[in-house]
Design a protein around this ligand. Structure first.
Ligand SMILES: C[C@](O)(CO)[C@H](O)COP(=O)(O)OP(=O)(O)OC[C@H]1O[C@@H](n2ccc(N)nc2=O)[C@H](O)[C@@H]1O
Ligand SMILES: Nc1ncnc2c1ncn2[C@@H]1O[C@H](COP(=O)(O)OP(=O)(O)OP(=O)(O)O)[C@@H](O)[C@H]1O
Length: 272
């Protein structure tokens, strides 16, 4: 079977407190995008399941990959047959787009379906949460408001249908644990849900990603990129997750090209 694990963006991201388990409580709105990896899972004649990789080169061995970890999690609980997995990586990583988390959740969903394991969505989400804080969202994969460490999800009615979404990855890798280390948790005066209920034209002044302050300080090029997207006419622009990708929502078609940013940047452009 062929699957297309997609990226997410975070629209607003408040880091509100540090928890005793070392994680942080946050609130954010996850929104799925069409930028996707390719994932194939087929039955195999080999003695042992195997993961092969193509596309962007991911650090670490195949066995360190979240795809393999998700396979191992299912294999340990359910006696599934041997499979060959292939991941074609297209979503930039260390990018705040949750690509690895999406791959992992699609493996859980894919194996559940392929082998009729009848694992409930709630159970899949619990398993996904063990693999990473962003993973449960990709089980639902529809706009969701998230709290806790990102694993407490409430489907959201927010629709950006018709908006043009542009994602720009400036070839900078931001480590998620490092980004959390440098952020100072704070409870904002206006809860994120309230600022998100404002018209999108007002988000620029009200919907914030708390990682921006420290990440922009370390990588001024990311801030320049956000400013540039506003100059180009974005209604709203923000860094996604812990960065480094900056996304922008445009109401109308703007005749701009990749060269207006930097030719080496990765750009993804879609109509939501
Ligand atoms: C920044 C976001 O992408 C926003 O959606 C996520 O919070 C990150 O989620 P993720 O990449 O799935 O992160 P995990 O793999 O669960 O955790 C990596 C590391 O990030 C930190 N971490 C992550 C999530 C969270 N709510 N608090 C944290 O402090 C912890 O140091 C953890 O060891
Ligand atoms: N399938 C995978 N795809 C990408 N990275 C993976 C994968 N499996 C393991 N990793 C490891 O996870 C790291 C970060 O991957 P990921 O794409 O989830 O990060 P991210 O874009 O920063 O996402 P987030 O929004 O969760 O911060 C990589 O540097 C790599 O070491």
């Amino acid at each position: 079977m062929l699957y297309f694990p997609n990226a997410k963006i975070n629209i607003g991201l408040h880091i509100t407190s540090k928890r005793e388990d070392g994680f942080h409580n946050l609130s954010t709105l996850f929104y799925p995008t069409k930028l996707s990896d390719g994932l194939e899972i087929v039955r195999s004649e080999r003695d042992e399941s195997h993961l092969s990789l193509s596309g962007l080169k991911i650090d670490g061995s195949a066995k360190d990959n979240l795809v393999y970890k998700a396979y191992e999690m299912i294999h340990a609980k359910y006696n599934i047959p041997v499979v060959d997995l292939h991941l074609h990586k297209k979503i930039p990583f260390g990018a705040g787009l949750g690509g690895g988390s999406s791959d992992a959740s699609f493996v859980l969903k894919g194996l559940n379906k392929m082998f009729d394991l009848h694992i409930s969505n709630e159970m899949l989400m619990d398993m996904a949460a063990e693999l990473g804080s962003d993973c449960p969202f990709f089980i639902i994969n529809e706009p969701c408001f998230a709290t806790g460490r990102g694993d407490v999800l409430t489907p959201s009615l927010l629709s950006l249908k018709g908006y043009r979404l542009v994602l720009v990855h400036p070839n900078i890798m931001v480590s998620t644990p490092d980004a959390f280390r440098y952020v100072v948790p704070q409870v904002p005066d206006i809860p994120l849900e309230e600022s998100l209920s404002m018209p999108i034209t007002r988000w620029k002044d009200h919907v914030v990603n708390h990682f921006e302050k420290s990440v922009f300080c370390q990588y001024p090029k990311i801030k320049e990129l956000k400013d540039k997207l506003y100059q180009l006419g974005a209604t709203y622009a923000s860094m996604s997750g812990s960065g480094s990708t900056v996304f922008a929502l445009f109401e109308e078609y703007v005749p701009w090209s990749k060269e207006m940013l930097s030719p080496s940047y990765f750009v993804w452009d879609e109509v939501l």
